[in-house]
Design a protein around this ligand. Structure first.
Ligand code: DMJ
Length: 772
């Protein structure tokens, strides 16, 4: 009875929390839209928008405001995740119609990148997913991506330094060195400011086809790495952008450095470039050696790392347990998170800075999401309902101590509970995502969350981006990660870490229960080891493997898709890539013929809705969102006789990109027997245009060397017959072109081409005998 009661209470809280979070989001978002939009931010106490220049200058924090409706853009992909799809469509329309970047305003390069560029990219990806599903966003023509590209170009002047480290600020209209820019006199920037560009810039390069963004972000990452202190492998907090000298040499994982480490790990996940993992591992070992003093994370001097430089911690470091979960290092993640939880119990929120005795050092709390972020990651890694309880406490504290009639207000001082007239955009971009995800089952989400990686502002980038093209540059001279490090390249198992101890998370936490002098022993809660979050990396590796470089000894045999029905008649030939699984087309002397039908959904990542039309035909499917093998399987089951995959990356073509072989998903693929070919997007566009114009398009899939009418002309004779359709007197006379493929005398097997030795591609079929 007691157990039932506990389960009921747990379920009630679980579902109640989800609804409560949605209601809170509505309150925050609607307040912004009703009282502040198109201003950058909501002033929740004054119930109006914050317009830079019209309000008293707050210094650096105002550099986030670029008169580009910051909060709207930062909220876009949250709308999707929270299943507010009508609102999303509406908000995207507003963004496209109202937002302009040609503003004579000086903004922070870092903040504009993570909030605005990241926001646009995350929203573009979501818009694309919804559009491909065929229900919404049908009007969408990549407008957000075009805006992202424009913004990217406006940020680029910041990288015009001799070192390659970006200026901290840029004038959106005039750049940096222009006399009208009112910026460009700065000589230094923070490590995180220079080192938190790579995810957004690489995604922008890959989605837009212009490598310049990724190149600049990589260069900045390279400089920071080169400038690490070689003895300690730590970096400082502030660096000179001209000569790369360290300006502030204190080193921690919070303010000033935080997302540099985060982006090394995530750049590896997104781009598959092991250089970033090696760098991350090197830094991580140093962090664990010098900065991590469980459960504390304390800044040290980068040149003399055994010396603590301060006795307080900042709230930004609360993201770090989440990053440790990503790496699979759960024990210290649980310890630090528990310490942070105890601090929130004592002060309601994490103060911006708190001492090693957990007293307030700086009492402000601008509704930062980092603690919720780590809570979500720990719940994913452990499945321990304890973390739901933590999430519930975050929800309660926000409602009790931050909610005001026009939104949620930052806390000026956690000791007094006084409010500040600000609601930062990250509250909508991050806080609600992590809280909602914490209380949602995967199946309740509109997207498969495992297919995405979160930027530091919690914008969603698809891990499949890593497979769209090889990275710009890789530096193979990097040192290898420490071989003896348990976590370097593998997913650690709970068995290894906590042998015979199913309640390891609780055991670890229990040592910190009375850390702040508060709290009582918790009821023992069963801990379930669900998964190591390193599945993201495994997922990534799978996706990389999907298009992995073919080993040197294995040749990529180019295939073709030849359009054979009128009016193409074999003259349109598209170069295609092969698959390592499915039917081996090189063994099909005469290829495989069929008419093409576009899959619905186009990505073929969900149930095939037009199986009736697809049966007996070759399906067209867009690359992305799920594995090639999964798409092929689904389409084969729906009755397709072959699949042509079309690249989702704009502008790719066989002339410019080397062909690759699609490989399976690591699982057996023997069940997939239909032929599979891959077209880059330019070739794919030709095929799609043909289908749109002619509705019935027959194609032949076959190896290039066996291309009809070319290399082996002796095998087949192609004859064109002009047949006049004669109708009753007075009726229109129509001309039909017939393509007749005849076996040559030398070819004894030609009959297998179409099942008969003569094929008419005209409609309606004419008796060839009647032709002239
Ligand atoms: C966010 O804008 C990002 O997470 C950034 O990396 C630092 N933290 C703020 C919110 O606290």
């Amino acid at each position: 009875m007691k157990l039932l009661h506990t389960i009921f209470k747990f379920l009630f809280k679980f579902f109640f929390c989800r609804d409560q979070i949605l209601e809170m989001f509505d309150h925050a978002y609607n307040s912004y839209m009703d009282y502040a939009y198109p201003a950058d931010e909501l002033m929740p106490l004054s119930c109006r928008g914050r317009v830079r220049g019209l309000e008293p200058n707050r210094g650096d924090i105002d550099d986030s405001l670029g008169k580009f409706s910051l909060t709207l853009i930062d909220s876009l992909d949250t709308l999707v995740l929270l299943n507010k799809l009508d609102e999303f469509e509406e908000a995207v329309k507003k963004t496209v119609q109202d937002v302009r970047f040609d503003n004579d305003i000086v903004v922070s390069v870092f903040e504009t990148n993570i909030r605005v560029l990241g926001g646009l990219l995350g929203a573009h990806v979501m818009a694309d997913v919804l559009k491909q599903r065929g229900e919404r966003m049908q009007w969408y023509r990549d407008e957000l991506l075009h805006m992202a590209k424009e913004l990217g170009y406006r940020l680029l002047p910041a990288f015009n330094t001799t070192s390659g480290l970006p200026y901290p600020r840029v004038n959106l209209r005039y750049g940096v060195v222009n006399p009208l820019s009112r910026t460009g006199t700065e000589s230094d920037t923070c490590t995180a400011c220079a080192g938190t560009m790579i995810l957004e810039f690489a995604a922008l390069s890959q989605l837009s086809g212009d490598p310049i963004f990724e190149e600049h972000a990589r260069k900045a990452m390279d400089v920071l790495w080169e400038k690490r202190q070689r003895g300690s492998d730590l970096v400082g907090t502030v660096i000179n952008i001209h000569n790369g000298d360290w300006v502030r040499r204190d080193s921690g994982v919070g303010a000033g450095i935080d997302s540099y480490y985060e982006y090394l790990m995530k750049a590896y996940i997104l781009l598959g470039d092991k250089v970033y993992l090696d760098r991350f591992n090197t830094h991580y070992s140093a962090i664990m050696k010098y900065i991590s003093q469980p459960p504390l994370l304390l800044n040290v001097h980068m040149h003399n790392p055994t010396v603590n430089v301060r006795s307080w911690m900042d709230s930004l470091l609360a993201f770090f347990p989440g990053l440790q979960v990503l790496r699979g290092d759960l024990k210290p993640a649980i310890e630090t998170h528990e310490m942070l939880y105890q601090v929130t119990k004592r002060h309601n929120f994490l103060p911006e800075a708190f001492t090693t005795e957990f007293r307030v050092h700086w009492g402000q709390h601008p509704l930062r999401p980092e603690f919720a972020e780590s809570t979500y990651f720990l719940y994913k890694a452990t499945g321990d309902p304890y973390y739901l309880k933590v999430g519930q406490s975050i929800v309660e504290k926000l409602n009790t101590h931050a909610r005001v009639p026009c939104g949620f207000a930052a806390v000026q001082d956690v000791r007094t509970g006084t409010h500040e007239d600000r609601m930062d955009s990250f509250f909508l971009a991050e806080m609600f995502k992590y809280l909602y995800l914490l209380f949602s089952e995967k199946s309740q989400l509109p997207i498969n969350i495992d297919d995405y990686i979160f930027t530091t502002e919690a914008h969603l980038l698809p891990v499949s981006l890593s497979t769209t093209q090889p990275s710009c540059h890789t530096n193979n001279t990097e040192p290898q990660a420490h071989e003896d490090d348990l976590f370097s390249y593998s997913c650690p198992s709970a068995q290894t870490l906590f042998p015979n101890n199913p309640t390891f998370a609780k055991t670890i936490r229990d040592s910190y229960k009375y850390l702040t002098g508060l709290g009582r022993t918790q009821q023992p809660s069963p801990v379930r080891w669900v998964t190591c979050y390193r599945f993201i990396i495994e997922q990534h590796l799978k996706l990389v493997a999907e298009v992995s470089q073919t080993p040197e000894h294995e040749e990529v045999v180019p295939l073709i898709v030849q359009l054979i029905s009128p009016p193409f008649l074999g003259r349109t030939v598209l170069t295609a890539g092969p698959a390592k699984f499915g039917m081996d087309l090189t063994k099909q002397e005469h290829g495989v013929k069929g008419s093409i039908v576009k899959s619905v959904p186009y990505t073929a990542c969900g149930p095939i809705e037009n199986a009736v039309e697809i049966t007996g035909h070759i399906a067209l499917a867009l690359r992305g969102d799920c594995m090639f093998a999964a798409k092929a399987r689904r389409l084969q089951e729906a009755g397709a006789t072959g699949v042509i995959f079309i690249d989702h990356r704009e502008g790719s073509s066989s002339a410019e990109t080397p062909l690759f072989q699609m490989v399976g998903d690591g699982e057996p693929t023997d069940d997939i027997t239909v032929p599979l070919v891959f077209l880059f997007s330019k070739e794919g566009a030709t095929l799609s245009a043909a289908l749109q114009e002619h509705h019935n398009v027959d194609v032949l899939l076959l190896p290039k060397e066996k291309q009809l009418g070319k290399e082996k002309p002796e095998k087949l004779n192609i004859k064109f017959r002009i047949a006049k359709e004669e109708f009753a007197e007075g009726e229109i006379e129509s001309t039909t072109i017939q393509l007749v493929l005849e076996q040559s005398e030398t070819d004894t097997e030609g009959a297998s081409l179409t099942g008969k030795n003569q094929d008419t591609c005209s409609s309606p079929q004419k008796d060839p005998e009647s032709s002239p």
